[in-house]
Design a protein around this ligand. Structure first.
Ligand SMILES: [Mn+2]
Length: 277
């Protein structure tokens, strides 16, 4: 049995700066049709839709969610018609919990005695209030990044995506500083400033998210044969533990990573990463 795990599409209205996916509806439909024939289970682990970004500082997230749903309706209907899928809500699409009745976490029995344990990951980091009661500075940040994306798309093309660029530099920074030593370069200072900002109101510093998720995954392992998966960090991690326990963070699903997705095989107890473009 092969399980495809994906998260963090941040799919907004196609062509809008709030859309990080950069695929139109027919491209996504083609992808989903192919996945349906190739994989036995498809897990959509949160932040599939993006409803926090808007040109306006003050707006209603449910209204924005409805606009995105209207634009992406063929994709949403296709997902909900797949023969074997599970869909979890994240923090950038949380109105879907009510609008589409999506759960916050799942435990799914798989073949070969494996169990899939999945949640988006934001609630491991901060309580729900952090995500449902938005402070003005978060509104401002999402509005600002919408405008940066708008300008970026005009100057350097439709694929421009500030979030993807930030995720990429964070990943490079993590690789270069595995122990997070204080460093003196300007880039490190900017990254550290961003991390501190992203950690506002939260229980956990953004810089230590990978470690936190790995520890939480280990707590969720039952006796053996457990696949634990989170998203949210936009940083792919694949780790094997004893007793056939596996942790995978799905990472970004974006143009910049070739729309790659981790596939878990219950026959081999291993993950392979497949590029979709
Ligand atoms: Mn998230």
């Amino acid at each position: 049995m092969n399980v495809l795990c994906t998260s963090d599409w941040h799919m907004g209205i196609y062509g809008d700066p709030g859309d990080a996916l950069k695929l139109n509806n027919s491209q996504v439909l083609d992808l989903l049709s192919r996945w349906e024939t190739e994989y036995d289970l498809i897990l959509f682990n949160g932040d599939i839709l993006e409803v926090l970004k808007s040109a306006r500082i003050k707006f209603s997230h449910s209204e924005q969610a409805q606009k995105v749903i209207d634009d992406r309706l063929p994709v949403i209907e296709k997902i909900m018609s797949l023969k074997n899928y599970r869909w979890i809500v994240g923090n950038h699409d949380y109105p879907l919990e009510e609008l589409l009745g999506l759960p916050q976490s799942l435990v799914v029995p798989l073949e070969n005695d494996y169990t899939l344990v999945a949640q988006h990951g934001h609630l491991l980091r901060a309580p729900i209030e952090h995500y449902s009661q938005y402070a003005w500075h978060f509104h401002l940040m999402y509005c600002l990044s919408w405008w940066v994306d708008r300008i970026g798309m005009k100057l350097s093309g439709e694929q421009f995506c500030l979030d993807a660029m930030i995720a990429q530099s964070l990943n490079e920074w993590r690789l270069a500083n595995p122990h997070r030593n204080p460093s003196r370069t300007a880039k490190d200072r900017i990254v550290r400033l961003f991390m501190s900002y992203a950690s506002l109101n939260s229980d956990v510093n953004y810089a230590s998210l990978d470690d936190l998720f790995q520890k939480k995954a280990q707590q969720l392992f039952s006796q053996r044969n457990t696949l634990v998966t989170f998203g949210h960090s936009h940083h792919r991690q694949i780790q094997y533990f004893e007793n056939n326990n596996v942790y995978v963070n799905t990472g970004s699903f974006s143009y910049h990573t070739g729309y790659s997705t981790p596939i878990f095989s219950t026959d081999e107890g291993r993950i392979t990463v497949v590029k979709n473009q």
